[in-house]
Ligand binder design. Structure first.
Ligand code: FES
Ligand SMILES: [Fe+2]
Length: 366
């Protein structure tokens, strides 16, 4: 359902033009509350959302929570070895049945203690014997659509969505022989950033800023060979490493930076997958969740170096994103232009964004 308070979007703002002539999206989209609400419906409630990797739920009873478009959700592996996804909402009066991460044999509501089995069925209902016309079968946890792709777990609030394999078509072949389903979860980090979620996504989607914002990374990658390829629902930035010793050199591999519409990233380096989930909190605040998975989780030295290095790069990105958010909000700025050589990824994202908003907004296109 679309909110009544629609953002002020002009038909020309949704017009698609070739990158050579295209403008960036209007700056108001980066701080408008109405746009934030519209995106919740048109994007975050309508597309797949990355919910983790099966290695995070290795044993029966392992569970963790997440939030999608302000809906609390949980994933749990049951005794039949099935991974289930539910709304983390008790059918009594809406309490949470799971808190964060853990291992459990039943899900117990944190409010009045109703208990649910790991398949979502309601089991224990204290002090409810005098209640009439109450059948526990009608009060199981609400399931959420979920799919597994190469070991990664995706959920969607839209039951009619096309399969995740269609969205990600081609990726498994591109990264072969890397098989991310073999990787093991090692660590999670969360960053709260004072910028709109799209500022972070835009920034991720170009290597244009690397020489200025990340001079050290520029020495690691062969920037001249840095390329962006776009697909229907994802884009790929890839680059060979420079010659010489570096953290990732041992496999002589490449760096693949995938972006999946609207807010997910898979950063694949030899032996390592880092996922980023960009979770909007408010128009000007975003949580970025990094999860690290490794083929060889016992290589603690490499893992420590990798995580430390990623954190340094992330701090540089946070600093520039927060300054850009201020710039976009200033009176001085409305729309910019794209580098045809270096900003195809940003253009691709903003093209999809306009396309999806146009489907939802009651604006006549000419
Ligand atoms: S809200 Fe869950 S037991 Fe009351
Ligand atoms: Fe960056």
């Amino acid at each position: 359902m679309i909110s009544n308070n629609l953002p002020d979007v002009k038909p020309e703002d949704l017009k698609q033009k070739p990158i050579e002539r295209a403008e960036t999206i209007p700056s108001s989209w980066y701080h408008s509350q109405a746009m934030f609400e519209l995106e919740k419906e048109a994007l975050f409630s309508s597309f797949w959302q990355l919910a983790g990797h099966e290695s995070e739920l290795a044993e029966a009873g392992d569970m963790h929570t997440l939030e999608v478009a302000e809906n609390p959700l949980l994933l749990v592996r049951d005794q039949q070895d099935q991974i289930n996804a539910f709304y983390n909402v008790c059918k009594h009066r809406g309490g949470p049945v799971a808190v964060k991460k853990g291992t459990t044999s039943v899900l117990q509501c944190q409010y009045h203690g109703w208990t649910y089995l790991l398949d979502g069925s309601l089991r224990g209902v204290p002090q409810f014997r005098k209640v009439d016309l109450f059948d526990k079968k009608d009060f199981g946890l609400e399931p959420v659509t979920k799919q597994n792709w190469e070991g990664l777990l995706f959920v969607s609030l839209d039951d009619d969505i096309q399969p995740i394999s269609q969205f990600l078509d081609g990726i498994a072949d591109q990264i072969a022989p890397i098989d991310i389903s073999e990787f093991q979860f090692v660590e999670e980090q969360s960053y709260i950033i004072n910028c709109n979620w799209k500022v972070y996504v835009d920034n991720f989607l170009e290597g244009y800023h690397i020489p200025i914002v990340h001079p050290e990374l520029a020495n690691l990658l062969d920037y001249r060979e840095y390329k962006t390829d776009t697909s229907d629902w994802y884009s790929l930035q890839h680059s060979p490493f420079q010659d010489g010793d570096n953290l990732y050199k041992s496999d002589n591999g490449k760096a693949y930076y995938y972006y999946i519409f609207p807010n997910m990233m898979l950063n694949i380096l030899p032996g390592r997958l880092q996922t980023n989930i960009i979770r909007p909190i408010s128009p000007g605040t975003t949580e970025v969740i990094f999860k690290y998975y490794y083929k060889n989780p016992d290589d603690t030295e490499m893992i420590r170096d990798d995580i430390e290095y990623s954190d340094e790069i992330q701090q540089e990105d946070i600093e520039i994103c927060e300054l850009v958010q201020k710039g976009l909000k200033s009176k001085a700025y409305d729309k910019g232009r794209f580098s045809v050589e270096r900003e195809q990824g940003v253009y691709h994202f903003q093209t999809l964004l306009k396309q999806e908003l146009a489907k939802t907004l009651p604006i006549k296109q000419d």
